[in-house]
Ligand binder design. Sequence first.
Ligand code: M6R
Length: 608
Amino acid sequence: MCGIIAAATEKSVGKLLVQGLYKMEYRGYDSAGVALHQIDDIAHLRSLGKVKKLESKMVKEKPKGKIGIAHTRWATHGKPSEENAHPHVSNNRVFIVHNGIIENYVALKEQLLKKGYKFNSQTDSELIAHQLDFFLNQGSEMLEAISLLKEKLEGAYAVAAIDLKNESHFYLMRNKSPLLLGQSDSGMFAASDPLALADLTNEFVFLEDGDVAEVSAKEYKILDKNQKRAIRKITTIDVSSEAMGKNGYRHFMEKEIYEQPTAILNTLDGRIGGEDVLENIFGEGSNKLLSKVERIQIVAAGTSLHAGRVAANWFSAIANLPTQIDYASEYRYKNPYVDKNTLLLTISQSGETADTLGALRYAKERDYLGSLTICNVPTSSLARESDFVLLTNAGPEIGVASTKAFTTQLTALMLLTLSLAKARKLNPRLRGRVVGALRALPEKITESLELKPKIIKIAKEIAKKDNALFLGRGIFYPIAQEGSLKLKEISYIHAEAYPAGELKHGPLALIDKNMPVIALAPENELAEKLISNLEEVKARGGKLFVVGNAAGNMKLKAKNLINLPECDFLLTPILYTVPLQILSYEVALLRGTDIDQPRNLAKSVTVE
Ligand code: M6R
């Protein structure tokens, strides 16, 4: 969502704050701002749009300061504008940056208005600055003020603040929104994402819910939720900015599509051996837990939910287990029934998606057998708070559209399926076959990447359209959903996905020569039925593009067919995803959209 960074060093911190904002820009990019303590005053610069605009302003105005805070925003309360950009200020004294949502902001704002405070933005964040100013005027020191503020706020927040009357410290406060400290010999830093501090330090301290902190260039002091001095563990994380470069690709999304063979190898590394999946790959004791599982509850959002939908098919077919699957944003509000021995499975690239994290926290209070997460970010809240974790090890994914995160999630979910089958003593031969197919998968993905020239030709036709339909059957329906999400997200073409058999129950009315239909047609037991569905589209003049080998005798023009390499049927959903990713990317390229940072979106959705 938004990104926060703060720094205290012996030199001016303006440049490093902006560099940090660039590294977090994928989290939000509506507006950006910085506040730098210049001893006599605080330089306060904000701009609408991306960090580049803020940087130009800074180059012109040359603010200097050894203490500073900065922010890149994804609008929640109040439209993207300069007034709504952070840092927010009160009485030209207190400057704050905030991630998250203050749920009781209406009541708190009312109280502050009565006290004479004027609001210059439509955000829920500005009140934090005014409330701190109020406590300071009542005689509190900043650390006390921020602790008092914590008692008033409801919701999720990560906050960094500076005070004009205190030139040597910045202050932090966290509840349900990620915030960590970075320490080094050259200074102290804080950020909502360790990537922002790449190349500055590799020693991090994770703040916990209810923590407040006072930080100078040399030291920091943390008070926990009970106002007691807290000593938190130092975690070493090697974040190199190299992994965050485009390495010659035009966009991060393109780079991440091409990284998939290596990313999948990394997901498999150390997890399979001989003809089976290895023991306890989800952590010590995980096999014991898996042997007790009788039902699975999946909770996830967006692309990660699509991965869950594919996995639900695998759990049933290979491990004989029933699965319930819910949108993370819905799950907690439906009073879910928890059956005996149900495993709570969350899936998330970032591990910080507020809805998914909320679901995990809710589930921990219910009668689940345990919680397991498939996640890409080892330091994320989801990875730290779940009982068991399987990291996808895909490396940082920066493009807002999820690509390698999805195919590695599917790979990890197949490892989970095999582990469950093994724990239940099921299908040993099939397990051996799938393990072999997993080993061959990176090579198959590399082959499918070579289909790009053909896909570009199809992209040229789709780029001219306003709508598109994606069709799949069975385990390919979630892949069709993923293809349609990718297309709408980065090209802004309206796209929908249907199980092909549903067409005649309504959507067929949409078919005419202006409606491209992209169908996933693997050779499987549903192929014949699918072909009949596609004939219905053809008969009504729909423009058909078929991915897969089952459409051989449909008399389609070769240029509208994309044949994929042979692959074990159980893994075909992973393989069929790749041409759909390339298609969306090429369509977006032709339409000239902002591929890595599509409008209105953010990489990590840390608000509900
Ligand atoms: O980080 P998560 O996997 O929890 O994120 C969930 C969704 O926000 C995410 O998959 C989103 O749908 C992607 N932008 C899709 O490409």
